[in-house]
Design a protein around this ligand. Structure first.
Ligand code: COS
Length: 387
């Protein structure tokens, strides 16, 4: 399908595609097997200015938007989501600063995040606060001009590798969601510590760790947005970054389809290539149609945000939900088309199937996203009835 990209957009996409083909694809299996964080590849991506495509030029970025960020993530994810998620998760810490940072905070943090000199991480999830994001127990207690943060964040992507942490805390636990506050914490703060690298099913090149705050002192100038706004900071951020997960999913689906199609054209059974059997062609047709539908949803939701829409929670949730379910289905079907070969680690589709699973889980499980979409539909229809 032709999305009529501008020359600039084509350039960004082609650059990401070239890095994916030349730098990531040849190493993807080894990085997955050895669970190695891809430092050198991240440096190449940083040198190509791809970290900051959506950050304004004034703060060191390329001044483009969510749509271009999705193009980059999709291309990198075709080769390896274990690599692309590092860039996407850095964006998860960058968006709260873009959306809610003071000019001083933007000047201090955005240029390094845009250049990829520094990586970001978003620390929300805890042992008892996953889908129930408001149930966080990490506290930030006022102490003169500072706040003291205590608590443990779990499964933090880029944990330990990142330089800049956006941390969601409770400043007033009695106020529930209105008692949450976001802070920026630097990696070199003596009160921040990291757990061991987690062993994951997929996206194994990426680093996922516990992030522990022990009497972590931060200046009140590190507060992001106002006191009590932490939940809104979180939700507004996720409304945008969920499209990044959608783009990862589209990349995985397209990557798996490409592998299955190439294999089917080579594999001979009953004296013919299996691509000549209608049973296989129908599977490939469904895979291609579903992938294109997922891409359309992600691209359109991204354009809606870039176009200045005020509320896009529902559309972003729909795109992430549909794209991630598609990635899981298409990757599973790619393994099926490739049969025994698909099941072996010699081919990339078994990794893609493992990588696809997380897209249905992180940044809001697909069950939570159905809640978001459903509630929005009902709220909207109530408003229309009142009119
Ligand atoms: N944008 C702005 N504000 C939002 C919002 C959004 N997208 N979604 C909710 N809010 C506001 C609500 O308006 C409400 O504010 P008021 O109290 O002023 O009315 C407040 O936030 C609480 O909203 P709600 O009552 O809907 O909160 P819940 O505790 O019921 O949680 C869900 C809502 C389940 C949608 C939320 O917790 C969620 O998204 N969970 C998944 C979190 C997640 O993605 N975790 C994975 C982390 S990986 S980084």
């Amino acid at each position: 399908m032709d999305y009529f990209l501008t020359e600039e957009q084509e350039m960004i996409r082609d650059l990401a595609r070239r890095i994916a083909e030349e730098r990531i694809k040849p190493q993807a299996a080894e990085l997955d097997e050895s669970e190695t964080f891809p430092k050198e590849i991240m440096q190449t991506i940083a040198e190509s200015d791809l970290f900051g495509v959506y950050i304004d030029e004034e703060h060191g970025g390329l001044g483009m938007g969510v749509f271009e960020k999705c193009l980059v993530i999709e291309e990198l994810s075709k080769a390896c989501t274990g690599v692309s998620v590092t860039l996407a998760a850095s964006g998860l810490a960058t968006y709260p600063i873009v959306l809610f940072g003071t000019e001083k905070q933007k000047e201090q943090y955005l240029p390094d995040l845009a250049s990829g000199e520094k990586l970001g991480a978003f620390a929300l999830t805890e042992a008892e606060a996953g889908s129930d994001a408001a149930n966080i127990k990490t506290t930030a207690v006022e102490d003169g001009e500072d706040y003291i943060i205590n608590g443990t964040k779990q499964w933090i992507t880029n944990g330990g590798e990142a330089d800049v942490y956006v941390v969601i805390t409770m400043t007033d636990p009695n106020k529930g969601v209105r008692g949450a506050t976001a802070f920026i914490v630097d990696h070199d703060n003596p009160g921040i510590h990291f757990g061991k690298k987690e062993k994951k099913m997929g996206i194994r090149a990426s680093a996922t760790r516990e992030v522990i705050f022990e009497d972590c002192r931060v200046s009140r100038h590190q507060m992001l947005g106002r006191k009590g706004m932490g939940f809104v900071v979180t939700m507004k951020t996720l409304d945008i970054t969920r499209l990044g997960v959608g783009a990862q999913a589209v990349g995985i689906a397209q990557g798996a389809l490409n592998e299955a199609l190439a294999f089917a054209r080579e594999r001979v059974q009953f004296g013919k290539t299996i691509s000549s059997f209608q049973a296989v062609q129908h599977m490939l047709a469904d895979m291609a149609t579903q992938t294109e539908a997922a891409r359309s949803l992600v691209y359109n939701a991204a354009k809606m945000i870039d176009g200045g829409a005020k509320d896009y929670s529902k559309e972003s949730a729909m795109a992430k939900l549909f794209a991630s379910d598609t990635a899981m289905k298409v990757a599973t079907d790619a393994v099926q088309v490739m049969g025994g070969s698909g099941y072996m680690r010699d081919y990339p589709v078994e990794k893609m199937m493992r990588d696809a699973k997380i897209t249905q889980i992180y940044e809001g499980t697909n069950q939570i996203l159905r809640n978001v979409i459903g509630l929005d539909l009902v709220k909207d229809s109530r408003k229309k009835t009142k009119r």
